[in-house]
Design a protein around this ligand. Structure first.
Ligand code: PAF
Length: 281
């Protein structure tokens, strides 16, 4: 596996692969990789002849008071994990390689990006859609892989690909969890030992909501209430949102149906964590 820093290097390599008739998978990441990312890369390696992993902490998707400066980074560890998981190229550009200082073009989406995380992170999805579009244009993959943990991001990327006619298959991959149920996230490293214990409340609350639905509950508001009440039993937890929406358009639903997404964002101390489940009927 090669670590490359420039767009030109990725392009030359991908062109060679395509000339040889090889398929290309892309796994966009912000680095500090964990088992969740590894599962995406392994799946990409299984379904494509070559895999590009991007490792870029994208500044444009962080708000001014968010954790851009403290976001964890460890390229050496990332490279080892990528190699083990079957990546062909690790693309690790500097900010100056990805963005012109005088840039004036962005990818904006209405609707889906205004709800859930979009409410407390108003510029987040503009940054995500812009950088992911750039990565699509750089790596020109046949398939791109995203985790379901960022369910709204997955819905947004699917919509962007549809609306802008990117000829790329978007593959959503299951959430990977710690043994106690906490969804794997690079941000889990911010948690103190006490907060780490408290963070299990997210998956526990979602489990209650999911079980209610499995027992036949169809009211979205009752599921929301059950999830909210459970989270509120944890003194270190502060809810940002608990929502039940249609996964395809991120609009609130009254009744649980096909493709319903139950999504939560909860502060544990200062760390904002997200988790969710999707009902596929
Ligand atoms: O999910 C992430 O890590 C990021 O939002 C992504 C898709 C790599 C874009 O920077």
């Amino acid at each position: 596996m090669e670590i490359v820093k420039t767009i030109a290097e990725v392009r030359v390599q991908v062109k060679e692969w395509k000339k040889a008739g090889l398929s290309v998978g892309l796994v966009p990441t912000m680095g500090f990789l964990h088992e969740g990312h590894k599962s995406l890369i392994e799946r990409a390696a299984k379904e494509n002849d070559r895999v590009v992993v991007s490792d870029f902490v994208n500044p444009t998707q962080f708000g001014p008071t968010e954790d851009l400066a403290s976001y964890p980074r460890d390229l050496e560890r990332d490279a080892k994990l990528c190699e083990e998981a079957g990546a062909s190229i690790l693309f690790n550009p500097e900010v100056e390689e990805m963005y012109f200082d005088d840039r004036t073009t962005f990818v904006n989406m209405d609707g889906l990006t205004k709800e859930l995380c979009g409410k407390s992170r108003p510029i987040h999805f503009q940054g995500v859609c812009t950088v992911v579009s750039k990565l699509f244009n750089i790596a020109t993959p046949d398939r791109a892989y995203f985790g379901q943990k960022d369910a709204q991001q997955l819905a947004v990327i699917k919509r962007m690909v549809r609306d802008l006619n990117f000829d790329i298959e978007i593959v959503g991959c299951p959430i990977i969890r710690e043994e106690d149920g906490l969804a794997k996230s690079s941000r889990n490293t911010y948690l103190s030992p006490e907060e780490r214990k408290a963070a299990v409340i997210l998956s526990q609350a979602l489990k209650i909501g999911k079980e209610l639905i499995e027992q036949g509950e169809t009211s979205a508001s009752k599921v929301k209430t059950a999830i909210t009440e459970k989270i509120n039993t944890e003194p270190l937890a502060k809810i940002d949102y608990v929502e039940v929406v249609d996964f395809n358009n991120i609009e609130p639903v009254e009744n649980i149906g096909d493709s319903t997404l139950a999504a939560i964002a909860v502060y544990i101390g200062k760390t904002r964590l997200i988790d969710n489940f999707i009902i596929e009927k």
